[in-house]
Design a protein around this ligand. Structure first.
Ligand SMILES: [Mg+2]
Length: 277
């Protein structure tokens, strides 16, 4: 579980929330002055590596699409990571078709091994109990989202029966019957992440402001950049500690929060946001 001062929190400047240093002092001062917390009305998740356990070998995918030599060249020119879809878009239609086929093959192989991320179902149950909307944005294709939704529903209800959700009242239980993320935008929605368009589209659909929404994802260059460009709060899921402050600086994209597992997100939300339904 994260604590306010643990390394799982990287609390960065974003009005009305304070910076790391200020946050520490305000935390200590909180018994004296009660500052209003920001209202949170929706959470938008990335899918691969965030709501699902990462299984796609992206390096192998990029090598297959680009070829070994081109992969090495592009990788050297892309210190923040390769944006394969962006590369493909510049190619001739024939070459694009072949490339998308390779990408789709890798994604389909990933679907065969799809697993829901530990803590995802519980976190979403928590959000539902607070009537906080759940959306999804992925650069994967729609079929993958459909399969994810099927598996997520199974995971969700198994947790409902065996876990903490026996405490949820009847009204909330009824709302849980709708376990899909909505809207759920796949790469058929253009432009895709890191463009803020999909996130802004979701905010508009919900009728909420971007600064009432949090984007949660495991990709700094796609999820966090998308969230920041849209003006939303951002939470980076960094299970292995692969990102550093240097990476944030390279992209000028410091997440507001950083967690190493989805199970840390509950306390993060409760500590920092007004979650009043
Ligand atoms: Mg991801």
């Amino acid at each position: 579980m994260p604590s306010l001062l643990s390394k799982s929190f990287l609390f960065l400047p974003k009005t009305p929330l304070p910076s790391v240093a200020n946050f520490s002092s305000r935390s200590r001062m909180s018994t004296v002055t009660a500052s209003p917390k920001a209202r949170l009305r929706g959470v938008v998740f990335d899918m691969d590596g965030t709501l699902t356990v990462p299984v796609i070998d992206f390096a192998a995918m990029y090598k297959s699409v680009l070829g070994e030599e081109e992969y090495t060249r592009v990788k050297a020119e892309s210190p923040t990571g390769i944006d394969i879809l962006h590369h493909i878009e510049k190619w001739s239609p024939d070459k694009q078709r072949q490339a998308y086929q390779i990408v789709a093959d890798f994604e389909r192989q990933g679907l065969d091994r799809l697993q829901i991320m530990p803590g995802a179902a519980q976190l979403c149950g928590f959000l539902d109990s607070k009537k906080i909307r759940r959306g999804l944005i992925t650069r994967n294709f729609k079929e993958a989202v459909d399969i994810f939704h099927q598996q997520f529903g199974v995971s969700f209800f198994s947790k409902l029966v065996t876990g903490i959700f026996v405490m949820i009242n009847l009204l909330n239980y009824l709302s849980l019957l709708q376990v899909t993320f909505s809207p759920a935008l796949s790469r058929e929605f253009r432009p895709y992440k890191p463009d803020p368009a999909p996130l802004l589209h979701i905010c508009s659909t919900w009728g909420v402001q971007p600064n009432e929404v949090m984007m949660v994802g495991d990709s700094l260059k796609d999820d966090i950049v998308c969230g920041k460009r849209a003006g939303a709060f951002t939470c980076l899921l960094d299970e292995s500690g692969r990102y550093s402050i240097t990476d944030f600086a390279k992209l000028d994209a410091q997440p507001d929060f950083k967690v190493s597992s989805l199970t840390e997100v509950y306390s993060l939300l409760e500590a920092n946001f007004d979650l009043t339904p």
